[in-house]
Design a protein around this ligand. Sequence first.
Ligand code: 4NP
Length: 148
Amino acid sequence: MKILMVCLGNICRSPLAQGILESKVHTDRVYVDSAGTSGYHEGNLPDPRSIQTAKKYGIDITSQRSRKFLATDFDMFDVIYAMDESNFEDIIQLSRNKEEAKKVKLILDELSNEDKNVPDPYHGGDQGFENVYKMLEEACELIASKLN
Ligand code: 4NP
């Protein structure tokens, strides 16, 4: 099983989603990666606030580097989780057929709550990162429970 987490910059939300899910699955059976729709931060480490928040919960995301989502990711991954509806639309635009489009899901659709979007914390304070972490922790717990 191969799962890809996608946000805009691949430095704030999706690196956290990758780290959290990796901490909950058997990584020899489940491969998790992340990417950004923009490529603005290609090659960069996750945002220091994401690194710090993950560290607080015992997760190290410092081996991750930002990369751009590519249409060829549809060949590699079974499920592609978008962090928000804007990312979702951008990924769908790159799909080449219905089978590829069907791989794309909103990560919060895993939960039966009202929120559809993991809010972009980039321009906010540390509290935004804590909030994002909690949302992703809950979603990844459910995803992992179905995989393990
Ligand atoms: P992310 O957050 O999509 O969660 O990684 C962002 C990071 C950078 C930018 C926007 C969102 N940016 O505009 O550079």
